[in-house]
Write a new protein. Structure first.
Length: 596
RNA sequence: GGCCCGGUAGCUCAAUGGAUAGAGCAACAGCCUUCUAAGCUGUAGGUUCUUGGUUCGAUCCCAAGCCGGGUCACCA
């Protein structure tokens, strides 16, 4: 059992026995002892002073004496002010360490047939432009959250809703027809998503110049925006699309196909995947049907112009439009349809949407609407909202060309990883393919760790010149430690040392104790990350562990340790730290290299 | 303006209501003949936005204010 829980229970008994008053174990505050004091676990005695009616020191001493006498795991205690520091017997840490050593899935709760199903929606791109840095945060968080939930014993289903229809999609199509000359990704030599994105930009340029021309001819800005030929053409195309016009549909299929091929490549490089992809072009009509059902049941109101509204004023929100006066769907209508379809397809217990925090209001509304429509899961949907990624001079703006493209960023980081690695020259003997794979692992490790170590809900700043480092608190630093551990284990194998299944040693030095204590925390960290929906907790924990291990590695020898018992124990310790790095990083979607 | 979120070292970020607020980067000083120097050790760097309140104790909770961001579309 967890030492903290044992202590809480015993402290409650101690207070009952010493002062004749009962307290709940949950009221006992226990935390890790700060490193500058002696001990492992610290009990706060302040809350019990009213009960003991004695000084903090005296109370602490009495409780400490009781614990030492009644708990085999407690080998000693000291009291500093109101802090009762308990020393936990080495054997307790060693026992826990042996558990960690033999369990390959250490820290993970197994998924069973009884496990609840959690569906996680993430990524959810538009098909009119390539993925950028903001999408990267979304994808990494979504993928990582899925891994964390799975490690907490949930069945996890990853899904992606692709925004493949609408006026913005038609814009790229219009521009391609006008300027494209039949260009394809093959003829142009660029990924399809980039090609389509370029025509989206071209459309905007064309549209702007038309507006300027019209305004020069005396129109107001508003009029100009409405009357520009390209926007009129785009609207006509959207109507044709909705009417299933074969020519428009065929072009739409073709260009979206280019985009999907491009996205697939980016997803693959990033190492994220999905169990099922939904397309808005398939779900938006379902949403419309659901809204109309709501009208017939009196949940929603239809205005005389045909538009449909939900009144959420009783819930503290506004009136919200659900269908336009021409009967077409708006954004939220599509989400209603998608949700309905998903719950029809799968026995979902929990639904998580990984979507930026600018849509908090949207998901409040969606939750209420689904609830009104009679879905019991409406109220329980969880919007995992994360903060934006900003550049040093502010928010990314596609119109100002300050968007950090995902493919460019990743390619650039692989270049840096390659040149750093070549300079260090530690990969001789590896084939080019193997080397490239390691560059990729390291580059993505840097990017993923950089993004995932930050509390998801916070806005984060990304400086393209400075942010991605390979030294210090970074993914490569942790990967490097892993690689070194593997090197030690390889050498141990070469010299005929067999890492024992059981690694016992009576005495532990300070740094060994610290590492063993840290190892014992991993399962709690995984649990906490699941409850708090925060991969950052895992990232920061792994970093701390690695720091401790490196410090140990610097001060004490492993392979050259003459005492074989101690050497075997340290090998087992290194192996376990390596395992935690690997398991922890798997929760972040980061690979670990055997060498680097 | 209403609602939501943030403000911690020069920069990027940590810190279940606990002890002297921690890391990395940048700066400075050391350490490669020893298990991988993408590393290690040390120095310096702070009015945790402000003012009150709650209590044994507040970066954390509450109130007010200041600053920054988001959001309140027949856009997505």
């Amino acid at each position: 059992m967890n030492i903290e829980i044992i202590i809480k229970g015993q402290v409650a008994l101690a207070i009952n026995s010493l002062y004749g008053q009962s307290v709940e174990p949950s009221q006992v505050q226990v935390q890790l002892t700060r490193s500058e004091f002696e001990g492992d676990q610290t009990v706060m005695v302040f809350p019990f002073l009213k009960i003991s009616r004695k000084s903090p020191e005296a109370t602490g001493m009495e409780i400490g004496e009781y614990l030492k006498a009644n708990l085999a795991e407690i080998s000693g205690y000291n009291v500093v002010k109101g802090f009762l520091n308990l020393s936990v017997d080495n054997q307790y840490w060693i026992n826990g360490f042996n558990e960690a050593l033999k369990d390959e899935q250490y820290g993970f709760v197994p998924v069973t047939d009884q496990s609840e199903l959690v569906m996680i929606e993430y990524s959810s791109p538009n098909t009119n432009k390539p993925l950028h840095l903001g999408h990267i945060r979304n994808n990494l968080l979504g993928f990582s959250l899925a891994a964390v939930m799975k490690a907490n014993g949930y069945k996890v289903f990853k899904t992606n809703i692709v925004n493949d229809r609408g006026i913005h999609i038609c814009k790229s199509m219009v521009a391609w027809l006008k300027f494209g000359n039949g260009e394809t990704p093959e003829t142009y030599g660029k990924k399809g998503d980039h090609l389509v994105g370029e025509y989206y930009v071209k459309f905007d340029q064309q549209y702007k110049s038309e507006i300027a021309g019209l305004m020069a001819a005396g129109r107001s800005e508003e009029q100009a925006k409405e009357e520009a030929p390209s926007i009129i053409e785009t609207r006509e195309m959207l109507i044709k699309w909705e009417a299933n016009d074969p020519e428009v549909r065929s072009l739409w299929h073709r260009m979206n196909g280019w985009v999907y091929a491009g996205f697939d490549e980016t997803y693959k490089t990033m190492g994220v995947d999905f169990d099922k992809i939904y397309y808005e072009s398939d779900t938006y009509t379902i949403g419309r049907d659901e809204v109309l059902r709501g009208v017939s049941e009196g949940i929603f109101q239809q205005e005389s112009d045909g538009s449909v509204w939900a009144n959420l004023e009783n819930e503290g929100l506004d009136r919200k439009i659900l269908l336009r006066s021409d009967g077409t769907s708006v954004y939220i209508t599509q989400d209603i349809g998608t949700a309905q379809l998903r719950y029809r397809d799968y026995p979902i217990d929990h639904m998580i949407y990984v979507v930026g925090n600018e849509q908090i209001y949207h998901f409040q509304v969606l939750s209420l609407l689904l609830d009104k429509l009679g879905y019991k899961w409406g109220k329980d949907l969880f919007h995992f909202s994360y903060g934006m990624v900003e550049l040093p001079n502010g928010r990314m703006k596609s119109r100002e060309g300050t968007v950090v493209d995902a493919d460019d960023l990743i390619a650039g980081m692989i270049d840096v990883a390659r040149s750093v690695s070549l300079e260090l020259g530690k990969l001789e003997g590896y084939t080019e393919i193997e080397k490239e794979n390691i560059y990729r692992i390291v580059a993505l490790g840097a990017l993923k760790y950089f993004i995932l170590k930050v509390d998801p809900k916070k806005t984060m700043t990304f400086n393209p010149e400075e942010s991605i480092d390979f030294n210090g608190n970074t993914g490569p630093f942790i990967q490097y430690t892993y690689a070194r551990i593997q090197s030690i284990l390889r050498k141990a194998g070469e010299t005929g040392i067999v890492i024992p299944a059981k690694a016992e040693t009576g005495s532990l030095n300070d740094k060994e104790r610290i590492i063993l204590k840290s190892i014992s925390l991993f399962p709690e960290v995984v649990q906490e990350a699941g409850k708090g929906h925060s991969p950052a907790i895992v990232a920061n924990y792994v970093y701390d562990l690695v720091k401790e291990f490196n410090s140990f590695y610097h001060d004490y020898s492993i392979l050259n340790e003459p005492d074989l018992t101690i050497r075997d124990f340290r090998l087992a310790m290194a192996q376990t730290v390596g395992k935690i790095i690997k398991n922890g990083f798997s929760l972040l979607g980061i690979e670990v290299p055997e060498r680097m």
